[in-house]
Design a protein around this ligand. Sequence first.
Ligand code: CIZ
Ligand code: SF4
Length: 352
Amino acid sequence: QDEVCTQRIVAAKQKLGKRAIILAHHYQRADVYRHADLTGDSLKLSYLAAQTDADFLVFCGVHFMAEVADILSSPEQTVILPDLSAGCSMADMANLTKVERAWRELTEVLDPDEGVTPVTYINSSADLKAFCGQHGGIVCTSSNAVKILQWAFDRREKVLFFPDQHLGRWSGYKMGLSSDEMPVWDFDEPMGGLTPEQIEKAKILLWKGHCSVHQMFQPQHILRFRNQYPDGLVISHPECSFEVCKASDFVGSTEYIINTIRAAKAGTRWLVGTELNLVGRIAEEFKSEGKIIQFMSPMVCMCSTMARIDPQHLAWSLENLAEGRVVNQISVPEPQASLARLTLEKMLEVSK
Ligand code: CIZ
Ligand code: SF4
């Protein structure tokens, strides 16, 4: 079965030649990842792909990533998501209806001169990026969240941050904010379930969203590791809970995690709190340098939606392209696409 799929993928790729490139996110499963022409985090992949003259960008990642690739690529390029059901459960925790309601409620009670800036994590649908663009807001990634929040605070007093409360809280903490200044906005309740006093005190209103993969890591996993290996180092993604981030030696994005371990001394031992496919891959890659890399949880923490992009779906979409049929195209409509592009460009400008 695997062998057959691999042959189908290789044959279709050969037929397509330079017209198609395959992009794979760090969290992608190994049997798909190995067919990739470009690998990286979502933003890096989109920029690299847009610089090529490939007609088809086959994105092995989740829906919001394919949207970003469509937004940043040229109009002549077509973005394909091999399985349309590959979504991100965190991105799905915020939708335009809920965000607009929160926005209405907040702007009614806040002084417009002081006001609030909407900031969305890149893990969100294109219409939310467009919403931020329309309301003086901005996008951030897990690498630049602190810088982006600083930019927002230079303009207005408060931030509405969605969809990931953990990235928002960790970034706010690094900027010196207290927990009172970062209440959670429960989007199922009127006024986020907050009292006027809580809103008055708030600097960052944290959307009640999270990543179901990263929430599995626990402080006791770190404690156990430290007891066993006092010299070991712990590195986590900021989508992990505050307690996990606080107990780690390093916290950062997927690119940061890879680069930090790459730059570390031979013989070091690492406990890594992010998606299993990435951790398994770097454990293998850095073994030859004598680095020992362990996964943080005793459970299997995989991005199950991203894993829906399997060799079968990849083979199917490539074969269709090779036969001249475009399947599973991701195309962000106007005016959202232009608004979202401007907002992403603003982010790059600010985070330089
Ligand atoms: O933007 C990305 O690729 C994600 C989801 C995480 C990261 O830290 O790179
Ligand atoms: Fe979304 Fe979590 Fe998967 Fe990242 S790991 S794509 S945040 S569900």
